[in-house]
Design a protein around this ligand. Structure first.
Ligand SMILES: [Zn+2]
Length: 113
């Protein structure tokens, strides 16, 4: 068993920790979505909360989609690499934002644009 895996700058322990964070988020989001869907069934749609509910549902679905993509990247060994410049995203940043797909430089550039 070796740690000199060239496709990732993250150690197996770090990857494991991030995978766990993502897993927890995914379960949370799925539970949340189930709750929203139940509300959707119950709701008559007569009041203003209907629109809010639909917005929440699509946000939850999007979040689940992003989490699934993160798992794909973990499996492919591309997780933790900036999608723009391919530089390594530091573990500390990923730990705060496990779904981060860009390095801080690229994000700033994106936000400034
Ligand atoms: Zn970058």
């Amino acid at each position: 068993m070796t740690d000199s895996h060239e496709t990732s700058h993250l150690s197996s322990v770090q990857l494991q920790s991030l995978r766990q964070d993502l897993q927890e988020q995914l379960e949370q989001r799925r539970g949340h979505l189930l709750g929203l869907r139940a509300q959707e069934q119950d709701s008559s749609g007569a009041d203003g909360t209907w629109q809010e509910l639909l917005v929440s549902i699509s946000a939850a679905e999007r979040a689940i989609g992003e989490l699934s993509q993160a798992f794909d990247r973990l499996a492919a060994g591309t997780y933790g690499r900036c999608v723009h410049c391919e530089s390594a995203i530091p573990f500390e940043r990923l730990k705060v934002r496990p779904l981060a797909r860009t390095c801080i430089d690229c994000q700033r550039r994106h936000e400034a644009a």
